[in-house]
Design a protein around this ligand. Structure first.
Ligand code: SF4
Length: 610
């Protein structure tokens, strides 16, 4: 936008009193009117023809293009991306995963984007430009790139800069010479329906449920890999087995046959259905069948069992003392596995920590909780009968009934989401955590951060910090917050009060940007030093309480190799954080006859995939 130059009488600043003495009110008003007229003229608003801004129309992604156009997406972990790609492909789309954004992408984002954006904007926008430039360098013409690709991403209407992502993508693409490149948006508030407004990307039950499963699988596998790798006996085994398992899961998601009522129901029913194809009840029945098959179908259950079996080959040594570092922070910064957060997870593991990552599921639950809670808060404002008296019970009841359907819908949504998530957690051996109650998180955060202060992760950062500390689920909390992130800056202010309140808390906020990696790593190293001491002390106290030496424990484990199996169901004690400390206490119980060696469930026969 052009910068408007306003001539201001500078002497008025130097002698304000003199100015007021010499100017009458009338003169001031005249000067104001003249200035207003000048500005209006300059901005083309003088003839009252101001036009509202309209979003520029974009060439649609049509159904005919589906087989020819590649959907590009990225920005999550490789586990999430692989399963999402499989679901796209299962629905007949061509789909490619973008590389993990690096510093070069960040620089491109700065070069082609607006000033003053937050760090994830630069990384992700620059990454798209970098990818398209790569295609051009490999001989594809710009027009071909624009015609044969679309970009699929998430968007929002704010309140933070997330609301600007879409326009930032368009601006950078335009500046980089890819004007007309299509960006399809998955709106945070409207769900996938916004993206499916274009017929090329069509929302169907199979596609939606496939994405639901993909998100859960991505979350759970992502958490599991970080929980297992620090304890693997054979270096590199976890990564290798997880790659194989993810490939197998993706193969199932890609090739499973979707449910069709006229094909998959008993013959007598199928005939009836074939006669009524397209009727409302038939479509509803077909959709319900699809939902059931996606969640409970044999193909999916078998894939989960196979995955369990593959992972069960990993051998672990639970006697390694590792500080547990809980990662919190901004959505993208706490997920990406690259330069966008200084490769923090790999760094922490190299430094001997066990990383506790955050699932996207928490965010989904947060969104649902927010809608429900907001509706509850607005209940009195939107009520049909305002301020009914105490005895006007029927009015009060009707006001409540007005709110009830919305409340019920979101409550059911939350329950279904959590139920399905936990079902997959259990099917994969119960290694990943269950989703934390949103109500509990809001309650814990509330003294420091109001749950209705929106933007970014809202109160979640504070809620998670308190939750993981008071329940002793980690030794240290590391908050990854991007440079220029408005909501993170806000919650950082509250976090100093939180850290003051909980003296035992080791909390470190790190501002991530395109540079400063060495500085960030050394700050993490310092805090991690404290966390290591905490973990070591916990382990030593646990060992001392057993009255046994580490050698005794090791010898017992060597005689009972089942204790090194990944799926050995090791109990966790309340208040004990570290894996090694918990393990020592359990082995002691076994040695003293207070507990019995548990059997590892065999997936093919015993593992119940409910
Ligand atoms: S939460 Fe922060 S980093 Fe993320 S989009 Fe909003 S302002 Fe940017």
């Amino acid at each position: 936008m052009a910068v408007t130059k306003i001539d201001f009488p500078l002497h008025a600043l130097a002698h304000p009193q003199a100015e007021t003495q010499t100017q009458t009110e009338e003169e001031i008003q005249q000067e104001l009117a003249a200035e207003r007229a000048r500005l209006a003229m300059e901005l083309g608003l003088h003839n009252g023809s101001a036009q509202h801004f309209r979003r520029p129309a974009e060439r649609p992604f049509t159904a005919e293009e589906r087989g020819k156009v590649t959907i590009l997406f990225g920005g999550l972990t490789w586990k999430h991306e692989k399963v999402i790609q499989a679901v796209f492909e299962a629905s007949g789309y061509r789909c490619e995963i973008m590389p993990v954004p690096n510093v070069a992408a960040f620089q491109l984002g700065k070069e082609y984007g607006n000033n003053g954006q937050c760090n994830p904007t630069y990384f992700t926008v620059g990454n798209l430009v970098q990818y398209l430039q790569g295609l051009e360098a490999h001989g594809m013409s710009r027009q071909e790139i624009i015609d044969k690709h679309v970009f699929f991403t998430a968007g929002s209407c704010g309140p933070c800069r997330f609301g600007m992502y879409e326009s930032e993508y368009r601006l950078a693409l335009q500046n980089a010479g890819f004007d007309g490149f299509r960006v399809l948006l998955f709106q945070q508030n409207d769900g996938i329906q916004a993206a499916s407004g274009e017929p090329g990307l069509k929302f169907s039950v199979d596609f939606g449920m496939g994405m639901f499963n993909a998100l859960n699988l991505g979350d759970i596998m992502n958490e599991m890999i970080y929980r297992i790798r620090p304890f693997e006996v054979n270096k590199g085994e976890t990564d290798r087995v997880f790659r194989e398992s993810m490939d197998a899961l993706c193969h199932t998601l890609r090739t499973r046959k979707p449910f069709e009522d006229h094909e998959d129901l008993p013959a007598w029913l199928s005939r009836k259905i074939a006669e009524n194809k397209g009727k409302k009840w038939e479509l509803t029945l077909n959709s319900l069948g699809k939902v059931y098959e996606q969640l409970y179908g044999k193909a999916y259950k078998d894939a989960l069992r196979d995955c369990y079996e593959q992972l069960s080959r990993i051998e672990v040594d639970r006697l390694r003392v590792k500080p547990v570092v809980k990662i919190i922070g901004e959505f993208w910064a706490q997920i990406t596995e690259g330069d966008g957060n200084f490769n923090m997870f790999a760094f922490l593991e190299r430094e001997g920590a066990q990383v506790l990552v955050e699932p996207i599921g928490t965010w989904v639950m947060y969104m649902m909780y927010q809608v429900k809670e907001r509706a509850r808060e607005k209940c009195a404002v939107n009520a049909r009968y305002k301020n009914p008296a105490a005895w006007e019970l029927h009015k009060r009841a009707r006001n409540q009934l007005q709110f009830f359907p919305k409340w019920l819908m979101w409550t059911v949504g939350e329950r279904i989401y959590a139920r399905q998530y936990h079902r997959v957690v259990e099917a994969l051996g119960g290694i990943a955590h269950h989703l934390v109650s949103q109500k509990e998180m809001a309650r814990l955060a509330h003294p420091f951060y109001n749950q209705f202060a929106r933007g970014g992760e809202g109160h979640l950062e504070v809620g998670k910090n308190v939750y993981y500390t008071v329940n002793r689920l980690c030794h240290m909390v590391l908050a990854l917050k991007p440079f220029g992130c408005m909501p993170s800056t806000q919650s950082d202010g509250a976090q100093s009060a939180v850290a003051n309140h909980f003296k035992e808390m080791i909390f470190l906020p790190i501002e991530t940007s395109g540079e400063g990696e060495v500085n960030a790593h050394s700050r993490v190293q310092m805090a991690l030093g404290e966390a290591k001491v905490k973990a070591r002390m916990e382990f030593e106290q646990a060992l001392e309480s057993t009255g046994k030496s580490l050698e005794d424990i090791k010898n017992y484990v060597a005689e009972h190799p089942t204790l090194r199996r990944l799926y050995y169901p090791m109990p966790e004690r309340k208040g004990i954080t570290g894996v090694a400390a918990n393990f020592v206490l359990h082995v002691n119980d076994l040695m003293n006859g207070k507990a019995r060696l548990a059997r590892v469930p065999e997936p093919a026969r015993e593992l119940a995939v409910a």
